[in-house]
Design a protein. Sequence first.
Length: 247
Amino acid sequence: MLAQHFYNWRAPSAPEKSILCVGLELENIAEWPSHCEAHTTPQEQQEAGRYVHIEDAARHLAGRALARRLLRAAFGQDSAAEFARSPYGKPFCPGVSADFSISHSGSMIWVALCRCAGVGIDVERIRPLPDAAELTSQLHPQEQKDLLSLPPAELQTAFYRCWTRKEAVIKAVGMGLSMPLQSFSVNTGPQESGWIASFTANPAQGTATMLDEGGQWTSRDIRTTDGYLCSVAAQSPCRDVVVCLAC
Ligand SMILES: CC(C)(COP(=O)(O)OP(=O)(O)OC[C@H]1O[C@@H](n2cnc3c(N)ncnc32)[C@H](O)[C@@H]1OP(=O)(O)O)[C@@H](O)C(=O)NCCC(=O)NCCS
């Protein structure tokens, strides 16, 4: 989407019991910061001003603007004035009973909104990853085993698939880098939904407890623009996932 079309774009409203996922591809990315002013706060614009590269500022502002537009479509124009951040850095909207998650990579922005549970979304642009085999040592042992059993030609895509799925879970929990990557595992194969596989008991970190208490999750991959992978996870079972790619 060109930045000048964003103002008149009609944001979809989140269905009550579903997870709404909206993607935005930023065309002419350097033009986005000025067109996001109507949907971002002075504080967000100040934060964006600290980025060295205009592309990073554009991604930050467009993500916040898209999240705000989805919240306002669901909860009214007066909502989502200012976002706060949790102690781990996850943005939330005080006074609104819904969770949202923002992700950006390359020229893609994705936002997930869920009224009934913590939600996380992650998009990654696929770039050459010559050290994919070495990076698997950071993952859960089962994920590492599954990935290293693949032919080299399939390893890179499978690694990114595993990565976006794990990031989606981490972002739904909201703990960021404080959540050990080995405390849970995802399936690394191409099945598009239900890919959360196991949680390792780790009371010291509290993560297993948090994941277990949530019972089952909803987890799904989202088909997006070629060259990107995207996944969403929410701490509530059997939710419909409504996907909208704005263009
Ligand atoms: C923020 C984090 C959760 C993800 O960052 P990322 O994938 O590099 O970047 P994304 O664009 O997907 O997400 C950034 C957005 O996440 C949101 N975010 C920040 N902290 C968050 C947290 N603790 N929980 C959920 N969302 C968070 C913010 O909205 C941020 O964008 P903004 O500051 O412009 O609003 C980061 O802590 C992280 O990278 N954690 C895991 C790292 C890792 O080892 N991953 C390997 C998985 S195999």
